[in-house]
Design a protein around this ligand. Structure first.
Ligand code: NAD
Length: 260
């Protein structure tokens, strides 16, 4: 379905981003992966995408804190592969703390990585998409783009911001064959979720099991974590022709969380 297309997926060295990169590659797209991590492990990830799916896969080390590196990532992908047809703004971090103790540097980093990086990447990728009259921009938001939870002020603010950015850009490019949507997962079992357990244990004085059951899955009526494959399958669907009228949408995949 995506042969001759190129997908740039930010934050794709692990979790949901890696799942999306592999799912797009399975559909025949060339891929640019991006993210932090051990260099050897990233190279193994990159090579396995090429070997498993017979596509080309490049790695961009662009730091999502840096506007110039984000613009260069998109420019390099256009130069190396000829186009950026699909952009998934997925990189994200989390920090859990009461607002009056929230470290200022963590606030700034979360707003930069989870929100501003999407603006910088979209700004760089949209001109080429307009020129070709086709594009798919998918922002990995969160159920926290629709509802809040305590102790996550920066994350919830950034994700609500992503919802607004998604709608605005969708309106701007609606007549140019470009769709812009936000996917809003509930809790997906990835390193990001695993990493917030110790801080939540501390903030709420709970055990690990209590955090999983009483905090994380408490909000999710299915009582199941969403899977990476379910989220990446949704992203692939949004790139299909069937989904070409879906734009400006903030789309939950959250086991019923935001129905409450
Ligand atoms: P993850 O920690 O597995 O992946 C995050 C990715 O972002 C990694 O590749 C990491 O290297 C990258 N990253 C972090 N800082 C970066 C930086 N400065 N520059 C470049 N890359 C950077 O987490 P995940 O759970 O797969 O999260 C992916 C996205 O999904 C995030 O935006 C997150 O907010 C969102 N999300 C996750 C869940 C969940 O339950 N896991 C739920 C809703 C939304």
């Amino acid at each position: 379905m995506l042969a001759n297309k190129t997908a740039v997926v930010t934050g794709s060295t692990s979790g949901i981003g890696l799942g999306c990169a592999r799912a797009f590659a399975e559909q025949g797209a060339n891929i640019v992966i991006n993210g932090l991590g051990d260099a050897d492990e990233i190279e193994r990830t990159r090579a396995s995408i090429e070997a498993d799916f017979g596509v080309q896969c490049a790695y961009s080390p662009a730091n999502m804190l840096k506007a110039d590196e984000i613009a260069a990532m998109v420019a390099d992908a256009e130069k190396d592969f000829g186009s950026v047809d699909i952009l998934v703004n997925n990189a994200g971090i989390q920090f859990v703390s009461p607002v009056d103790e929230f470290p200022v540097d963590k606030w700034d980093a979360i707003i930069a990585i989870n929100l501003s990086s999407a603006f910088h990447a979209i700004r760089a990728a949209v001109p080429g998409m307009k020129q070709r009259g086709w594009g798919r921009i998918i922002n990995t938001a969160s159920a926290h783009a629709l509802v809040a939870s305590p102790y996550k002020s920066a994350y919830v603010a950034a994700k609500h911001g992503i919802a607004g950015l998604t709608k605005t850009v969708a309106l701007e490019v609606a007549e140019q064959g470009i769709t812009v949507n936000a996917i809003c997962p509930g809790y997906v079992w990835t390193p990001l979720v695993e990493a917030q357990i110790p801080d939540t244990m501390k903030a709420r004085n709970m055990t690990e099991e209590q955090v999983k059951k009483e905090v994380l899955l408490k909000a999710q009526p299915t009582k199941e974590f969403v899977t990476v494959d379910q989220v990446s399958g949704y992203a692939v669907f949004l790139c299909s022709d069937t989904a070409s009228s879906i734009t400006g949408s903030v789309l939950p995949i959250d086991g019923g969380w935001t129905a409450q």
